[in-house]
Write a protein that binds this ligand. Structure first.
Ligand code: ZN
Length: 109
C-alpha cells in the first residue's frame, strides 16, 4: 500500500494536519456528508464513505490509504499530547520541590 503510492510516505510524516487532510479532498467531502459524527469510515453500516467505495465512487485502496494516514496522525497527536502532559507534570514537580525546599529553609532559620 505504501510502496506503490509514492506520495503517502511523505504525507505520513507531515505533522501539519491541514495539509495532510487536503491530500484526500474527495474522501474528506464524503466524510463530512457521513451521518455519523464520530465515524471511523471503516465498518459502520450506512457510512457515506463506505457507500462510495461500494458504488465505486472512490477506490477501496484510496480509502485504505486515508484510514492509514488518519491512524498515523492520531498516533502522532496522541504521542505529542502525552509528552506535553509529561513535560507539564515534571514542571510542576520541579516547582513543588522548589517550594518545599523554600519552606524547609524558612523553618531552619
Ligand atoms: Zn462514515
Amino acid at each position: 500500500m505504501v510502496i506503490d503510492n509514492p506520495g503517502i510516505r511523505e504525507i505520513g510524516f507531515v505533522r501539519d494536519e491541514s495539509s495532510s487532510i487536503s491530500a484526500f479532498p474527495d474522501i474528506d467531502a464524503l466524510a463530512s456528508q457521513c451521518r455519523f459524527s464520530n465515524c471511523t469510515h471503516t465498518c459502520e453500516p450506512g457510512c457515506r464513505v463506505l457507500e462510495a467505495v461500494i458504488t465505486g465512487e472512490i477506490p477501496a485502496r484510496r480509502l485504505n490509504n486515508y484510514i492509514k494516514l488518519n491512524n498515523e496522525l492520531n498516533y502522532t497527536r496522541e504521542r505529542h499530547n502525552k509528552s506535553a502532559a509529561r513535560v507539564e507534570k515534571e514542571r510542576w514537580q520541579h516547582i513543588s520541590k522548589k517550594l518545599k525546599n523554600l519552606k524547609h529553609r524558612k523553618n531552619q532559620q
